[in-house]
Design a protein around this ligand. Structure first.
Ligand SMILES: Cc1cc2nc3c(=O)[nH]c(=O)nc-3n(C[C@H](O)[C@H](O)[C@H](O)COP(=O)(O)O)c2cc1C
Length: 193
């Protein structure tokens, strides 16, 4: 996929083919993308947990909140549609930099693009409770988890739709159950000088 197509396709997906697992080599390549991410002062304070066991994937899934903008019955993936793999991103609370969120964002961008290039969809989940995720994954007390990324082969499509600056930006499902993600036009959000 060329970069434009990749960026277009790398949307948020929330329904997957749960019976299609991600190949081990593909997991390695997704994880390899971490080291190519820029980070503040190249300190590399973030840590990661690759959640591959079916049991842990299910537990993390059960403690994540999906599509806050949509009614609960369509927002959350149902059995058979759930993600098959997660990466949890851990922050070292003792060495947390002011740029931690930027570092997280850049890594997430790499992870999700590396996956997208293989036709693997993803959903970034900020609505996870650190205490619960800590219980499930058992990481060191110096670390906290404020975001996980879910992965799987999507069974729905997602596309962006340009909107005017005064229109509602909430994403929605079309009549086929595909995601439509409204995005503002470049002309309305970029000032040229
Ligand atoms: C920091 C961050 C946190 C997010 N948290 C959640 C979440 O908890 N649950 C969820 O379903 N989607 C979550 N999303 C996905 C956003 O809803 C999604 O990126 C947005 O609707 C735009 O869609 P797009 O990614 O296809 O452009 C999160 C995205 C980001 C960047």
């Amino acid at each position: 996929m060329d970069l434009k197509k990749l960026l277009e396709w790398r949307r948020t997906y929330r329904k997957f083919n749960e019976s299609k697992k991600i190949d081990k080599n593909d997991i390695e390549e997704i994880l390899d993308s971490i080291k190519f991410a820029s980070c503040a002062n190249n300190r590399q304070f973030l840590r990661f947990i690759s959640i591959e066991s079916e049991e842990k994937v299910l537990e993390v899934f059960k403690n994540s909140l999906w599509a806050a903008s949509l009614p609960r019955d369509v927002a959350t993936p149902k059995e058979g549609e759930r993600p098959v793999y997660f990466v949890a991103i851990l922050t070292d609370e003792k060495r947390k930099l002011r740029f931690n969120g930027i570092d997280e964002g850049l890594v997430i961008s790499n992870l999700t693009l590396a996956a997208a290039e293989k036709g693997i969809g993803s959903c970034i989940i900020g609505s996870v409770k650190d205490a619960k995720i800590r219980e499930i994954l058992g990481y060191d007390e110096n670390y906290s988890c404020e975001v996980v990324v879910a992965f799987g082969y999507p069974i729905v499509e997602s596309s962006i739709k340009e909107i005017e600056i005064d229109e509602d930006q909430s994403y929605y499902l079309d009549d086929k159950g595909n995601y439509v993600v409204p995005k503002y036009k470049k002309e309305d959000i970029v000032k040229r000088i």
